[in-house]
Design a protein around this ligand. Sequence first.
Ligand SMILES: Cc1cc2nc3c(=O)[nH]c(=O)nc-3n(C[C@H](O)[C@H](O)[C@H](O)COP(=O)(O)OP(=O)(O)OC[C@H]3O[C@@H](n4cnc5c(N)ncnc54)[C@H](O)[C@@H]3O)c2cc1C
Length: 98
Amino acid sequence: MTASAQHTASYYAASSLPQPDYPALRGEVTADVCVVGGGFSGLNTALELAERGFSVVLLEARKIAWGASGRNGGQLIRGVGHGLEQFANVIGTDAYAR
Ligand SMILES: Cc1cc2nc3c(=O)[nH]c(=O)nc-3n(C[C@H](O)[C@H](O)[C@H](O)COP(=O)(O)OP(=O)(O)OC[C@H]3O[C@@H](n4cnc5c(N)ncnc54)[C@H](O)[C@@H]3O)c2cc1C
């Protein structure tokens, strides 16, 4: 494993169970959905889709929770720092209403 694939020194890294090193994807894989990024967002998306019967491939460039998800302060912050209606501009009002 290269240094950039190590978790940053944090409480999570120090207290988590050992995480296996998954091999790099080689060749082709077919799935209903490919999720890129193994942080909170990607893991939750992959899990929700799998629970609904979709086949899912999750690609993580480094390690699960290598990014912000493995570094945060653990405070439960509900919502986001801007109005949710802003998503409607990006994904459309139909998708936003779901
Ligand atoms: C220091 C810090 C403190 C925080 N404190 C809090 C807090 O107390 N409470 C709170 O609610 N939120 C907090 N946050 C915010 C919260 O951690 C983030 O909003 C959340 O973790 C984002 O999750 P994510 O899955 O979207 O992104 P990330 O966790 O960053 O995951 C993205 C993943 O995608 C991978 N990736 C990127 N590009 C590719 C690619 N091309 N191919 C494959 N993989 C790729 C990265 O390696 C990474 O693992 C904090 C953030 C930081 C940095």
